[in-house]
Design a protein around this ligand. Structure first.
Ligand SMILES: Nc1ncnc2c1ncn2[C@@H]1O[C@H](COP(=O)(O)OP(=O)(O)OP(=O)(O)O)[C@@H](O)[C@H]1O
Length: 801
C-alpha cells in the first residue's frame, strides 16, 4: 500500500482510473486503481470506465469512474453514482480528473455539460484534480455548485486532497464553513493534507500540504451564516439569538472578524505557503530558509522534530535564577519529618557529603547554602531512605533529589554503557510535561558537568530516532515523560533492571488518574527492581491525601517531609482575586498588562483554543505575546518558551502544561485569566513567580458562574498565606460547594502525613510567626483532599503529555 504521504499523480489519459477512498492513479487504500478503459467496474477504490466513450453508464461502487471525452472534462462515477451521456459529469465519493468537476458525495448531475447543481450539496468527499480548462478548486463534503460553474459551499473542502494547477487554490478541508460559498475559482479551501498535481516532475518528495484541516472559502454563502439554514440571509435570521459568540469558532468574547481560528475553520486553506518554512509569499523552491520545519497542518505527519543540542557553553549551563531577598526567610519555614529514624539535616552543602565535582558545580551555579527542602532531603536520600517530600514552589526541590542521587550513583560506580545494545540506567526521573522533563535533564547535566555521568531525556513531540541515538550513547540517568518513556521501553533498548533510584517529580500529578496507569506500567512491566530493592523519591508542592494513599504503594518505609503547609501557596507571591464578568476579562487583562509594562507575565487559561485566541488578540493589540499548549507542535512550544525566557515575547499565554515545575527567570506576574479547577493547580500556577526568594504577584479573575467550586479552597489558601481575603469571596465561599480540593476545618499543621501513629522525627524550631507564617496551626484546615484527580475532561481542555 502506498504511503499516505506520497504525492499524488493522475493516471494516464487513455485509461479509466479512479479514486478510491483516497486517491487516484495507483493502488491502495487512499489511492485509486488504474484500470483498463474497457474495464468499467466498481468497488471500493476501484472504478473505471471506457475511454473515449460517451453515453455509457457507470455504476460504480464505492469508487470513481471516469469517462474521457476528447481530452477534456470527464467526470467520475462515484458512490453509487450513475453518469449520463454528457461530458463533465460524474461525481464521486472519490475524485474526478481532467477538468471535470470533482466528485461529490452524492452529487446530482444535470444534462448541461457546463453546469451542474448540487445534489446532496456536494462534490468531492476528497478531491478533484484539475485540467487545463478547469475553473475551480477542490470541493468538499457538502459543496454545492451553482449554475455558473463555480463552486458552491461546503461543509468542508474535500476531505483529503488538494489539487493544483496554475490558478486553482487547492483542495478541500475537512471543516470548511458550513453554508459557505466560494465566489470565484481561485479561492481555495483547506485540505486534510494532500496535494495533487498534474505534473509529477517536481517536488515529488513534498510532504502533504494544502489547506488547513478546515477549509472554507472567502465569501458568499448560500445559507444563513448565523444558523446555517437555507432560505434566508443572516440579516433576516430568525435564529439569530441562538449564537451569541463568534460564528466561526463558536467562542464568546469576539466577533468572527477577529477570530483567530479563521484560518483553521473558515477558510483560505490551500494557499499553502511554503512547505519548508510554513510562510506564505514564496514556494518551497524559492525558500530562503534551508531548514525544513514541521508541517503544522497534520501533527501525525510533520517532519520529526529534532530539538537543538543542549549548549556546551559553561556560562549558559550554570545560569540560574538569582536568589531573591526572601531567600534567607526560607529558614524560618516550619519543617517536619515524619517516619522512623530520620537522619539529621545538614546545614551546608559542605557537610552533605556530595561528590566533589558536584559540589564544585553547586558553587558554580551560585548555590551558597541549601534551602530547607535540600537540608532535609539530601541526608535522607544519601541514607538510602524512600521519601515523599512536599515543599513550596520555587524552593529548590530539583537539586534536593538530583544532588544525592547523582552522588549515590557516582559512589557506587558507573558502568560505561556507551554503545551497549541495551542501556541500563541507574536512575529514572519521570515528570508530567515535556518542558519540565527537559528542564530536569538540563539541571542534571549542570550538576554532572565535567563528570562521565550521562543524562538523557526522552519526551513526546520529538524524533524517536534521535532520542534512541541519544540513549545509545550511554544513559546513566534517564529523564522523561510517561508516554515517551513507555514508547522507548517498548523498543527494548532500555532496561530498568538496574534502576536504583526512581524519582517522581510532581508526584501527585504523576499518580493521579491522568498518569497513574502509565506510571504503574513503567514501574511494574519493565523489570524495575521491587520497592525494597530500589529507592523511590517523590516530590511536589502539593500532596492531596488521596494521592498520598496511592503513593504509599510505591514506597518502602518512607519518610514524609513537609516544608511549610502541605499544599500551601508560596508566601513570596502576593495574591489578588478580582471578580470579573466573563465578558470583561479581555479588557481587564489589557488594562493589567498596560500597567505591567514590559515585565514578564504568564497568563493561564483553561482552554487551548483560548490560548491561541488571546495570544493573537494581544499581539495584534500591541502586546508581544506567545503561547504554549498541548496542541502546538513541540518545536513551537519550545520556541514559545524561549521567546518568553529571553523577553522577546514577555507575555506567555499558557494552559496547564506550563503550570508545574517550570523555572523561568524573572517572571514577575502570573494572571489566572481563567481559574483552574483544583486548588493544587492554582498553587502550582502562581508558583511560576516568586521563586527562590524573589517576590511575585498573582492576579486571578473570578467569575462566580464558573468558579464557585474553588471559592472555599481559595479562601483557605489565601488565609494561610496571610493574604487579604476579599469579603465577597468569603461570602461566595460560604454558600458554595467545594469541588476543588478542600478538607474541612480541624487539620492542624503537622497532620499532613496520612499515616497514623508515625513518629515525628524532626521539627524545625526556626519557625517565626512574624514572617508571614502565622496562619499555620490556626485551625484553618489543610488542603489535601482534592479533586486533584484531574484527568482532564477532554474537549478543549488540556490533556498533558
Ligand atoms: N540552594 C540554592 N541556592 C540558590 N538557588 C537555588 C538553590 N536551590 C535551588 N535554587 C534555584 O531555585 C530555583 C527553583 O528551584 P526548583 O526549580 O528546583 O524549585 P522547585 O521547588 O522544584 O519548584 P516547583 O515546585 O515549582 O517545581 C532554581 O532556579 C534553582 O536553580
Amino acid at each position: 500500500m502506498a504511503d499516505w504521504d506520497d504525492e499524488i499523480t493522475n493516471g494516464g489519459s487513455s485509461q479509466g482510473f479512479s479514486g478510491g477512498f483516497g486517491n487516484s492513479g495507483l493502488k491502495g487504500f487512499g489511492r485509486g486503481t488504474l484500470r483498463q478503459a474497457s474495464d468499467p467496474s466498481s468497488g471500493f477504490g476501484g472504478g473505471g470506465d471506457a475511454s473515449g466513450k460517451r453515453g455509457y453508464k457507470i455504476t460504480n461502487g464505492f469508487s470513481n469512474g471516469r469517462s474521457e471525452n476528447e481530452g477534456k472534462s470527464s467526470g467520475l462515477g462515484g458512490f453509487r453514482k450513475q453518469s449520463d451521456d454528457q461530458q463533465n459529469v460524474g461525481r464521486g465519493f472519490g475524485k474526478s480528473s481532467f477538468g471535470g468537476r470533482g466528485g461529490g458525495f452524492g452529487q446530482k448531475l444535470d444534462d448541461d455539460s457546463a453546469t451542474s447543481s448540487g445534489g446532496f450539496e456536494g462534490r468531492g468527499f476528497q478531491q478533484k484534480s484539475e485540467g487545463s480548462n478547469s475553473e475551480s478548486s477542490g470541493r468538499g463534503f457538502g459543496k454545492k455548485l451553482n449554475d455558473s460553474g463555480v463552486a458552491g459551499s461546503g461543509f468542508g473542502g474535500g476531505f483529503a486532497k488538494r489539487s493544483e494547477d496554475s490558478t486553482s487554490g487547492g483542495g478541500g478541508g475537512f471543516g470548511g464553513r458550513f453554508g459557505k460559498k466560494s465566489d470565484d475559482s481561485i479561492s481555495g479551501s483547506g485540505g486534510f493534507g494532500r496535494k495533487s498535481t498534474n505534473d509529477d516532475s517536481s517536488e515529488s518528495d513534498r510532504p502533504p500540504r494544502g489547506g488547513g484541516f478546515g477549509g472554507g472559502s472567502k465569501s458568499g454563502g448560500s445559507a444563513c451564516f448565523k444558523c446555517g439554514e437555507d432560505g434566508h440571509m443572516s440579516r433576516e435570521c430568525p435564529n439569530s439569538e441562538k449564537k451569541s459568540g463568534c460564528y466561526k469558532c463558536g467562542e464568546d468574547g469576539h466577533m468572527a472578524r477577529e477570530c483567530p481560528d479563521s484560518d483553521k475553520k473558515g477558510g483560505g486553506g490551500g494557499s499553502g505557503g511554503c512547505y519548508k518554512c510554513g510562510e506564505s509569499g514564496h514556494f518551497a523552491k524559492e525558500c530562503p530558509s534551508t531548514e525544513r520545519k514541521g508541517i503544522t497542518l497534520d501533527k501525525g505527519r510533520e517532519a520529526p522534530y529534532v530539538p537543538p543540542a543542549p549548549t556546551d557553553d559553561e556560562e549558559e549551563i550554570f545560569k540560574s535564577i538569582t536568589k531573591g531577598i526572601n531567600f534567607d526567610n526560607f529558614d524560618k519555614i516550619p519543617v517536619e519529618v515524619t517516619g522512623q529514624d530520620a537522619p539529621s539535616r545538614i546545614n551546608s552543602f559542605d557537610e552533605a557529603g556530595l561528590y566533589d565535582a558536584f559540589l564544585k558545580n553547586v558553587r558554580k551555579a551560585g548555590f551558597e547554602k541549601p534551602t530547607p527542602v535540600q537540608k532535609f532531603s539530601i541526608p535522607i536520600i544519601m541514607a538510602g531512605r524512600d521519601l515523599m517530600a512536599c515543599a513550596q514552589t520555587g524552593s529548590g526541590k530539583t537539586a534536593a533529589f538530583l544532588l544525592p542521587v547523582l552522588t549515590g550513583m557516582m559512589k557506587s560506580g558507573l558502568s560505561s554503557s556507551q554503545f551497549s545494545t541495551v542501556q541500563e540506567p541507574q536512575a529514572l526521573v519521570v515528570a508530567p510535561t515535556r518542558e519540565l522533563a527537559l528542564q530536569i535533564f538540563m539541571d542534571a547535566r549542570k550538576f554532572a558537568h565535567g563528570t562521565m555521568l550521562r543524562s538523557v531525556v526522552v519526551y513526546g513531540g520529538t524524533s524517536v530516532g534521535y532520542q534512541m541515538r541519544q540513549l545509545e550513547q550511554g544513559t546513566h540517568i534517564l529523564v522523561g515523560t510517561p508516554g515517551r518513556l513507555l514508547d522507548v521501553l517498548g523498543k527494548q533498548k532500555v532496561s530498568l533492571e538496574k534502576i536504583k533510584y526512581l524519582i517522581l517529580d510532581e508526584a501527585d500529578r504523576m499518580l493521579d488518574m491522568g498518569f497513574g496507569p502509565e506510571v504503574r506500567k513503567i514501574v511494574e512491566d519493565f523489570g524495575m527492581p521491587p520497592k525494597n530493592e530500589r529507592q523511590t523519591l517523590m516530590f511536589s508542592a502539593t500532596f492531596p491525601e488521596e494521592i498520598q494513599k496511592l503513593a504509599a504503594e510505591f514506597l518502602n518505609d518512607y519518610l514524609f517531609l513537609s516544608v511549610g503547609r502541605t499544599g500551601g501557596a508560596n508566601t513570596d507571591v502576593s495574591q489578588m482575586i478580582c471578580e470579573v464578568d466573563r465578558q470583561q476579562k479581555r479588557q481587564k487583562l489589557c488594562d493589567i498588562l498596560t500597567d505591567i509594562g514590559s515585565e514578564k507575565t504568564l497568563v493561564f487559561v483553561e482552554q487551548k483554543r483560548n490560548a491561541d485566541f488571546l495570544a493573537s488578540f494581544l499581539s495584534e493589540s500591541g502586546f508581544p505575546t506567545t503561547s504554549i499548549h498541548g496542541d502546538r507542535l513541540q518545536r513551537e512550544r519550545e520556541e514559545a518558551l524561549k521567546d518568553f525566557k529571553t523577553g522577546r515575547a514577555p507575555i506567555l499565554i499558557a494552559t496547564s502544561v506550563a503550570a508545574r515545575g517550570l523555572d523561568i527567570p524573572a517572571v514577575k506576574y502570573v494572571i489566572n485569566y481563567d481559574l483552574p479547577q483544583t486548588i493544587e493547580e492554582y498553587v502550582h500556577r502562581i508558583g511560576r513567580t516568586g521563586r527562590c526568594g524573589n517576590l511575585g504577584e498573582a492576579t486571578s479573575f473570578y467569575s462566580h458562574d464558573t468558579d464557585s467550586g474553588i471559592a472555599k479552597a481559595l479562601v483557605r489558601v489565601l488565609a494561610d498565606a496571610n493574604q487579604d481575603v476579599p469579603e465577597w469571596l468569603e461570602k461566595y465561599a460560604k454558600d458554595s460547594v467545594s469541588t476543588a480540593g478542600y478538607i474541612p476545618l480541624g487539620h492542624k499543621f503537622g497532620g499532613k502525613d496520612i499515616r497514623k501513629g508515625i513518629p515525628k522525627s524532626e521539627v524545625n524550631a526556626g519557625f517565626d510567626s512574624s514572617n508571614g507564617f502565622g496562619g499555620f496551626g490556626g485551625g484553618l484546615g489543610s488542603f489535601g483532599g482534592s479533586s486533584g484527580f484531574s484527568a482532564n475532561a477532554g474537549g478543549d481542555e488540556e490533556s498533558w503529555d
